[in-house]
Design a protein. Structure first.
Length: 148
């Protein structure tokens, strides 16, 4: 086999292997993608049909409603609140423990399934914070060191 043909065969083999690897990778990633939307995008695009989506925005003031429900001899907290992007609003229903940073007027990202274009059944609630956030435990240590 000539050197020219050998190089061409090697190059084609590598391209085929690369193409197959990319195809397998993208096919597997397609099942795990979770898209991020704002409330305005969800309400203005009525044909969003993904299994899971993420909705981000601010928790509307005075919208958090907590209810304790007994299920299988366990107390479960059901929370409902409204996420807004200051144009549109979406109701969120969640069962479980909220993150410590969750509060009204704070940024939040919710992952779950869309019930309709105006409400979502959340599986995860992620609270956002700014770059200056310090956990209470570390903040206490910093203030005690500064005093000494």
């Amino acid at each position: 086999m000539k050197a020219k043909n050998k190089r061409l065969f090697t190059l084609l083999s590598l391209m085929i292997i690369f193409f197959l690897g990319c195809t397998i990778l993208f096919k597997n990633l397609k099942n795990n993608l979770v898209f991020f939307f704002t409330p305005s995008e969800i309400i203005n695009k009525p044909n969003i049909t993904q299994n899971k989506i993420r909705v981000g925005g601010m928790v509307k003031k005075d919208s958090v409603v907590r209810e304790v429900v007994v299920k299988e001899e366990k107390q479960i907290q059901k929370i409902s609140f409204i996420i807004t992007d200051f144009k549109e609003e979406i109701s969120v229903f969640y069962s479980g423990i909220l993150p410590d940073l969750f509060k009204e007027g704070q940024g939040v990202v919710v992952e779950g399934k869309l019930i309709n274009n105006f409400s979502i059944n959340a599986e995860k609630v992620l609270a956002k914070h700014d770059e200056n956030y310090m956990p209470p435990e570390l903040e206490f240590l910093n203030t005690s060191k500064k005093r000494n």
